[in-house]
Design a protein around this ligand. Structure first.
Ligand code: GLU
Length: 355
């Protein structure tokens, strides 16, 4: 090769290497926004109207409403449902989980944001925390005010959620929820106010992190088993077994426990008083349910604290499972999944101890 040709070849190779490096440096993470509906996609008749229709706004409209998202990531939208989250059910959960599992399995996706109503956000987030087989960031977000409202909270929530899903430091922390500048673990958050924008709390375990206009600060990683390490991770065929939650109160009768068993429940969660307690007649009905092969978990209606085994109710003798840190709605999610693996109360207790 003469000197001139070899010099040109070196120059060309140098240019190609520089161009590739520049492209790599400017390549943005790829984030998919999977929409399910909720108030974040809600529309009202005016900016000050309290009544609205949840889920009326399509995902592409949501994305176009926050053009700054495209500075954070390469964005595309997928619509899985258009419902108020009060209508969330097993079928949509399975469709959503299988969509997410497919998305995260490709190298083209770095993170996923799920938009969702806030009413059942904690249940869907925890379900996905148990079944999505990935270490990539999966972030739920929503809003308390419809997209058409004065001071709508959705745009900044979705901006922070995309920034979090695009952040490699969010990997391996399980499913997260980004709302109101806070980052919660799916395991811990719960809705605590009917209408305030500051509705979600992670009580004793606390926040995973905080967001400020797309900049994340992390405090901790959830300690429980989740996502790629979960026994439930991967494609779900369904249907899932029926599990009912029954709310305990002074004077609780045994009737609803008996009725749930008669209606075909395979599992029950008692939202017990205090430390997962209930009246003696209700506990007798629980014993009948267990004899009929139904798995019964004791949780609590109080909203925080741990329900441990054998404190006031002797779980060893009765055969009940203690929900540990899970509130009734999340205990229901874990029990549904656990019942797809086993009906042995001891093995199910081990899930509640570790998940
Ligand atoms: N019912 C609505 C839902 O959960 C309530 C609020 C919201 O989305 O934030 O879809």
């Amino acid at each position: 090769m003469n000197t001139l040709r070899s010099a040109s070849l070196c120059l060309l190779t140098g240019l190609l290497v520089t161009a590739t490096a520049a492209a790599a440096a400017s390549a943005k993470p790829a984030v998919v926004i999977v929409a399910t509906g909720g108030t974040i996609a809600g529309a009202a008749k005016s900016q000050t109207e309290a009544g609205y229709q949840a889920g009326a706004v399509a995902v592409d409209v949501l994305i176009d409403a926050v053009p700054q998202l495209k500075e954070l990531a390469d964005i595309r939208g997928v619509q899985v449902a258009s419902i108020g989250s009060q209508d969330m059910n097993d079928e949509v959960w399975i469709k959503l989980a299988n969509t997410l599992n497919e998305l995260v399995s490709t190298k083209k996706v770095d993170g996923v944001v799920v938009t969702h109503g806030t009413d059942t956000m904690e249940e869907t987030a925890y379900f996905l925390h148990l079944v999505v087989d990935t270490d990539k960031p999966v972030v739920l977000t929503g809003s308390m005010r419809p997209s058409t409202a004065m001071s709508a909270d959705g745009p900044l929530n979705i901006y922070n959620a995309v920034a979090l899903a695009a952040d490699p430091r969010a990997r391996g922390r399980g499913v997260l929820v980004a709302v109101n500048d806070d980052i919660h673990s799916a395991h811990d958050l719960t809705k605590t106010h009917t209408t305030d924008v500051e509705t979600f709390t992670s009580h004793e375990p606390g926040l995973v992190g905080a967001s400020l206009f797309g900049k994340q600060h992390f405090y901790r990683s959830p300690a429980e088993v989740h996502t790629s390490k979960s026994d439930f991770a991967g494609k779900i065929a369904g249907p899932l077994p029926r599990v009912d939650v029954i709310y305990a109160h002074a004077g609780m009768s045994p009737d609803l426990v008996d009725a749930a068993v008669a209606a075909g429940a395979k599992g029950l969660v008692i939202a017990g008083v205090g430390d997962g307690n209930m009246t003696t007649p209700a506990l007798d009905a629980v014993k009948r349910a267990i004899s009929a092969g139904v798995v019964v978990v004791r949780s609590s209606r109080v909203g925080s604290g741990i329900i441990r085994r054998d404190v006031e109710i002797n779980d060893d003798a009765v055969g009940t499972v203690a929900s540990m840190t899970l509130n009734p709605s999340k205990a229901r999610v874990l029990l549904k999944l656990a019942l797809t693996k086993t009906h042995d109360a001891k093995k199910i207790q081990a899930y509640f101890d570790g998940y």
